[in-house]
Design a protein around this ligand. Structure first.
Ligand code: BDP
Length: 328
């Protein structure tokens, strides 16, 4: 037998083997889960419990890639829509660039508190946002708690909007947040979450804003020692699935996935409360100066242009904004 014939046969055998693996992979594809947070974080525990329940009930297996190893949030959202990523937990903050209706919950001070956020997101508000997400190829299975975001920086405590004047503040990737910081006289810099620590450390920015668990788990508190409880944003997070992946399931599997999503949401919300308290203790023990902001009214007043600009650019969102804004 000629060498080239042996080689030819070998190549055919390899190609056939590859094809059969691909066929198996296509029929029982393992899910890929995206997560920006470290393994020990309420979101991460919620996702792991979701995947475990899905596997138990449907036989579908999956792996969650924590700590943002699958890339930044804006890129991951696009990959989710394409079905390259099967599920993940996304802040509705950066979601606004792809799904404008989600911006309603990124409006500063739109919620009156966490209990109200739960009520609205588990009801009419969450339904409306879920519908908008679905139109863009994303299925919302539940809304996780991400507490309230507050400003932190390395220069001074923030007690009034004018304290932000002249400060370079990192924001999530969304024009709304640029407007929010700029309307207080600060300089907003949209930037990926993973770059914030180094950017504060090397004075590329003076600070950022986030909830206590993220401020703590990223070690941002080690480089930005003033944490001012402005609580200007309450942005829920979405346990979201690619519609492509969801639609490939049987009706029974879809029901099991929905139930698992609900159970993991309940678990995450419980874990969140405990972690917020633990994180506050860690940052205080770490020498952070925390200040309450007694009077939030000046901050709320400073946000008027943010609302005005958003509604002028998206008049079709007026009803949805009012649903949230006028809720008791
Ligand atoms: C955290 C959110 C995460 C965001 C991050 C950020 O949980 O989804 O990516 O803030 O500021 O609180 O980018």
């Amino acid at each position: 037998m000629k060498f080239s014939t042996i080689l030819g046969r070998g190549a055919v055998a390899v190609a056939a083997a590859t094809l059969s693996v691909m066929a198996t992979a296509a029929t029982a594809k393992d899910w890929k889960g995206w997560n920006i947070h470290v393994v020990d974080y309420p979101v991460s525990h919620g996702m792991e419990s979701f995947m475990a329940e899905v596997t138990e009930k449907t036989g579908v297996k999956g792996k969650i890639f924590h700590a943002g190893v699958l890339g930044s949030q804006p890129d991951a959202i696009e990959q989710l829509r394409l079905g390259i990523i099967d599920f993940g937990v996304f802040s509705l903050g950066p979601m606004g660039q792809s799904v404008p209706a989600t911006n309603v919950v990124s409006l500063p001070f739109i919620f009156k508190g966490i209990p109200q956020m739960y009520e609205l997101m588990d009801g009419e508000g969450g339904e409306a946002i879920g519908k908008a997400l679905e139109e863009k190829g994303i299925v919302a299975l539940g809304y996780y708690d991400a507490g309230a975001r507050s400003f932190y920086n390395k220069i001074r405590p923030v007690n009034t909007p004018s304290d932000v004047e002249g400060m370079k503040i990192r924001v999530m990737n969304n024009d709304l947040f640029v407007g929010m910081v700029n309307s207080m006289g600060g300089n907003a810099t949209p930037m990926a979450f993973a770059e914030v620590y180094q950017s504060i450390k090397t004075n590329v920015v003076d600070g950022a804003e986030n909830n206590p668990p993220s401020y703590e788990s990223t070690s941002h508190f080690e480089v930005a020692k003033y944490y001012s409880l402005t609580q200007h944003l309450i942005i829920p997070e979405c346990l979201c699935m690619s519609k492509k992946t969801f639609d490939a399931l049987t009706a029974d599997q879809q029901a099991a996935v929905k139930a698992a999503g609900k159970a993991s949401t309940d678990l995450q919300r419980e874990l969140w409360q405990a972690r917020e308290a633990a994180s506050m203790k860690i940052v205080l023990d770490g020498g952070v100066t925390v200040n309450e902001v007694a009077d939030k009214a000046p901050f709320q007043a400073a946000m008027k242009p943010v609302y005005d600009n958003y509604l002028a650019a998206n008049p079709e969102m007026t009803d949805l904004v009012n649903l949230f804004r006028n809720a008791k």
